[in-house]
Write a protein that binds this ligand. Structure first.
Ligand SMILES: Cc1cc2nc3c(=O)[nH]c(=O)nc-3n(C[C@H](O)[C@H](O)[C@H](O)COP(=O)(O)O)c2cc1C
Length: 178
C-alpha cells in the first residue's frame, strides 16, 4: 500500500450478522479507489462499557484497538440503525470511548460522514439527530450525511446487490476523503 493512500475507517452501528448497515459499508469498501483503503471496524461488541475509571493507561485492549484504528484513519464513515428512537447502545458506547481520547489523531477535527439506510417510517431521524449531536460534541468535522433506502431484499452475500444503489455509492470515497 503506498504511504500516500487515503484511509477510511468504516463503523457499523449494527451487530447483526445480516445487517443492512454493515452490508452498505462492505459495499462502499469494495468501491474504494486505487489510492484509498477502507477498513471495516469489527471490535464493537468486544468493547467494555465506557467507564472513565478505565480510561487510563494501559487501556483495555479492545479500546486501544479502536483508538489505534481511528488514529490510522484519514476519515470515518458511519452507518447505523435506530433502536427505540435512539442510537444502538453498543454503538453509542463506542462513540463514548472515542470522546475520551486526547490523542491529536483522535476523532476531534477528523472528517466523518454517515449514510442512513433506514426503511422505517421516520427514516431513523432521531438516531441520526443524536449522531449529529454526539459527533459535534466529539469535535468531528461532519462532511457527509446521506440517506439511501436499502431494503433487506437488496442485500446478497453481505453486500448491496442493487445496481442503482451501488451507483449512488460510487462517489462516497471522494466526498469523504478529498
Ligand atoms: C428492538 C428494536 C428497536 C427498533 N427501533 C427502531 C426505531 O426506533 N426506529 C426505526 O426506524 N427502526 C427501529 N428498528 C428497526 C431497525 O432499525 C431495523 O431493523 C434496521 O434494519 C436494523 O439495522 P441492521 O439491518 O443494520 O441490523 C428497531 C429494531 C429493533 C429490533
Amino acid at each position: 500500500m503506498p504511504s500516500t493512500a487515503h484511509r477510511a475507517l468504516l463503523i457499523s452501528g449494527s451487530l447483526r450478522s445480516g445487517s443492512t448497515n454493515t452490508a452498505l459499508l462492505r459495499t462502499v469498501a469494495a468501491l474504494a479507489p486505487a489510492d484509498a483503503t477502507a477498513e471495516l471496524f469489527s471490535g464493537t461488541a468486544a468493547l467494555p462499557y465506557f467507564d472513565p475509571d478505565l480510561d487510563r493507561d494501559p487501556l483495555p485492549p479492545p479500546v486501544q484497538e479502536l483508538r489505534d484504528a481511528v488514529h490510522a484513519a484519514d476519515a470515518l464513515l458511519i452507518c447505523t440503525p435506530e433502536y427505540a428512537g435512539a442510537l444502538p447502545g453498543a454503538f453509542k458506547n463506542l462513540l463514548e470511548w472515542l470522546i475520551g481520547d486526547n490523542d491529536p489523531r483522535s476523532i476531534s477535527g477528523k472528517p466523518v460522514g454517515w449514510i442512513n439506510v433506514s426503511t422505517g417510517p421516520t427514516g431513523a431521524r432521531d438516531a441520526h439527530e443524536s449522531l449529529r449531536i454526539v459527533l459535534t460534541y466529539a469535535g468531528a468535522r461532519i462532511v457527509l450525511s446521506d440517506s439511501i433506502t436499502v431494503p433487506r431484499s437488496a442485500i446478497a452475500d453481505g453486500l448491496v446487490a442493487d445496481a442503482s444503489i451501488v451507483e449512488r455509492l460510487a462517489g462516497t470515497f471522494d466526498r469523504l476523503l478529498r
